[in-house]
Write a protein that binds this ligand. Structure first.
Ligand SMILES: C[S@@+](CC[C@H](N)C(=O)[O-])C[C@H]1O[C@@H](n2cnc3c(N)ncnc32)[C@H](O)[C@@H]1O
Length: 268
């Protein structure tokens, strides 16, 4: 524990810090001093890993944009955190633009969501975006096209917020491009595995089912919860339970050592 950790525990201190977000990028990420701390953590993970691997560009994605508040937050994180590492962080948002499609069956929670929920005001959002790119259309069609594009840097962070099992299954195809299209470990945030309570989330429906099926179908790639993640945080928060990583175990960069060697000598 350091001085900052003790200071951050003074009642009201973190609220004040959120209001006046001063300090270094790593400190703000460590203490979650961002409007969407999970996005800051994901972008930081991607930029830091890219930097350690000697890459100067990386790509981060939001699946499910709706009004666009998340995409704007992601764009802000990408600019600030990318500058800190000297890595250009490209941002893409994928959305139908016309709201949710029809649920396919019980696996998409038709008791909670339905066709046309979360319609986007495309013109209003485009007017606010500075660097992020919006890809409109059903992701079952837009992802294969995206993976064919030349010059897209490797993917380092993905936020999944598509509500449905069927859409998340389609979104996970983002990891079926060539190995150069992603970092060896891609940080993932899954929005729809806690709320709403009435979903009673389990591995039989929704995002958790899509993850389970992806893992069954892929021998050397896995989407796995980052175990005990909350204990790595200066302040535990709900989003800590929603952090996963896509592992590509045969990726040519998977085994690159990221830290200097350490020794633990016997004390005299
Ligand atoms: C809950 S909203 C996203 C909210 C947003 N991430 C935020 O934080 O403000 C879910 C979005 O997923 C999109 N979506 C769901 N299934 C889709 C699909 N198959 N193709 C494209 N977009 C889809 C919907 O259009 C909707 O806007």
């Amino acid at each position: 524990m350091d001085l900052l950790w003790y200071l951050s525990r003074i009642p009201g201190a973190r609220g004040l810090w959120q209001r006046y977000p001063v300090g270094s990028i790593p400190d703000r990420v460590r203490f979650g001093i961002w409007p969407r701390p999970h996005y800051a953590y994901g972008v930081n993970f991607a930029a830091d890993l890219a930097n350690n691997l000697g890459l100067r560009e990386v790509c981060v994605i939001e699946f499910g944009v709706a009004g666009g508040n998340g995409l704007l937050a992601l764009e802000d994180c990408a600019g600030r955190i990318g500058n800190h590492y000297g890595v250009k962080v490209h941002v893409w948002g994928f959305d139908a633009g016309v709201g949710l499609p029809l649920p396919i069956d019980y696996r998409d929670f038709p008791h909670l969501w339905g066709e046309g929920d979360y319609v986007m005001d495309v013109a209003a959002l485009k007017a606010r975006l500075r660097s992020a790119q919006l890809i409109l259309g059903d992701i079952a069609e837009t992802i294969p096209e995206f993976l064919q594009r030349a010059g897209v840097p490797p993917i380092g962070f993905v936020s999944f917020d598509l509500d449905y099992y069927s859409s998340t299954t389609a979104a996970l195809k983002i990891f079926e491009g060539p190995q150069g299209s992603r970092l060896p470990r891609t940080l993932c945030y899954f929005d729809d595995i806690i709320w709403p309570e009435a979903a009673c989330h389990s591995e039989y429906t929704g995002e958790l089912l899509a993850i389970a099926e992806y893992n069954m179908a892929h021998e050397t790639c896995k989407v796995a919860k980052v175990a005990n993640f909350r204990w790595t945080r200066a302040h535990a928060a709900e989003w800590n339970e929603q952090i996963y990583a896509h592992h590509d175990f045969t990726h040519p960069l998977y085994n690159v050592k990221l830290r200097a060697s350490e020794q633990l000598h016997l004390k005299p």
